[in-house]
Design a protein around this ligand. Sequence first.
Ligand code: AMP
Ligand code: DBH
Length: 548
Amino acid sequence: MTNHIPLKQVWPEEFAQRYVEKGYWDNQCFGELLAQRAQQFANRPAVIGGETRWTYQDLHQKASAIAAGLLQLGLTRGARVLVQLPNIPEFISVVFALFRAGMVPIYALPAHRITELEHFANQAPADAYVCADQFEGFDYRVLARQLQERCPQVQHIIVVGQAEEFTSIASIEDTGSTTTPVPNGVAAATDVAFLQISGGSTGLSKLIPRTHNDYIYTLRESANICGLSPASIFLAALPIAHNFPMSSPGFLGTLYAGGCVVLSPSAEPETCFALIEKHQATFSSLVPPLLLMWLEFAPNSQHDISSLKTMQVGGAKLIPEVAKRVKPVLGIQLQQVFGMAEGLVNYTRLDDDEHTIITTQGRPISPDDEIRIVDDQDQPVAQGAVGHLLTRGPYTLRAYHNNPAANARSFTADGFYRTGDIVQLTDKGYLIVQGRANDHINRAGEKISAEEIEDHLLAHPALFDAAVVSVPDEYLGERSCAFLIVKNNEIKPRAIEIKRWIRERGLAEFKVPDQVVFVDSFDTTAAGKVSRKQLRAQLSQSLQQNHD
Ligand code: AMP
Ligand code: DBH
């Protein structure tokens, strides 16, 4: 077993001092936070999922028992644990158990497959993997076996449900409940609490270290900005491993405020509307394509969703035409959220005027979120002009985990994070997102790196070259299109075989190209040379023109 030193995310001393002095970082870790909430809100409902209902005390007891059980198993403080769970209550008890024991979850999405898991497990590196037995017809124990074979350092496999040859979470909880409890404050507030995954703008996803201090600060402020109280009931519709439904304010912000989290297994309106009515949910969060589905579904629904007061929308650009429909169709206040797992989160405020709510993506959480908008040469643009968004602040990372190459690219010398977003700042300090500087496809809020998919395509024996681009899509916001050149025109695979190839490489389904176009060559410039970035832009443009 690897001997772990707790991970740190380091801000320069003068910044760290300022963030403490201003009260942003309050020196609390998640273990203490839950213990405190369990005292304050003991018998109030904390988590509802399926037939399961846990009070704050239940959640705290479960997290404590699992924490002790994990230590019994041989995992130690600082251990890194890959967590791949759908929206079930155990997601929450397991991550609080890990926080409590000073172990570090790495959040994989339920959609991820072996290629992504292997990458996370090696990059972390991970000592254990927690998964569900099955979800949406997929057996995660099969994935667990593949992972163990490829990554022997992942010594423990823990399953929620039928564990087969692995260890069940129930047995860990049982063992833990009879042993000495783990103290609440094992972790330091300055420790990395977990590793979140980046959407992946270039190549493979990167791991984002977030500390107890910095994340709890965002929860406190997000809960304030969104007007949460113990009466708040959050319907978690998106997969809660995503940073948005996790923390903006998401399920963690709701628990911070003493509210109740209702977990939905899917974001489909039928399922969600029924849950909203049944549990009287007061707010929820969606990506734009799902909002469209909800807007279409609402007029014909028999469910009473009048308990819902706020609908948060983020993850991808919400166009004003759609934003305008939220209030009249759903009878709910819209809140736009523009955030990133790396840190910076912007909200429109609940009392902002209608125009601001419909046309902007909000303003930052913190007065110390520094926003810099620059041109291609890193020079500040004129006030109100469009440029690259750089940011630095009390909850924005200073470095990715174990990734010097990405760090060299992603930060300025003075520590600003290059978000890759193209934005405009209004007079009132609100951001309007105009696009992306680099080649990722924002497919219904899931970010896909063009480069990552091209690498997998190029491994296909019949392909000579590949370029993956985003195409505007009425429904998804953006869809992916793979332009392909074959080695030999006589051996041209069919589009369906290309899609199967990507699937069989062990990638998440959302990364399979939506469209495949075979071409004879890629146009080059007069100089005979073209950067992949330019090439992608050209291809994307030509495809759009063809569709106009
Ligand atoms: P991720 O790296 O997966 O955390 O995704 C963060 C990225 O999602 C941001 O950098 C933006 O490109 C995009 N994003 C998030 N929220 C919004 C929004 N409200 N409008 C436009 N783009 C957004
Ligand atoms: O897209 C995102 O990553 C995102 C969107 C809204 C996010 O991380 C967040 C809010 O915190």
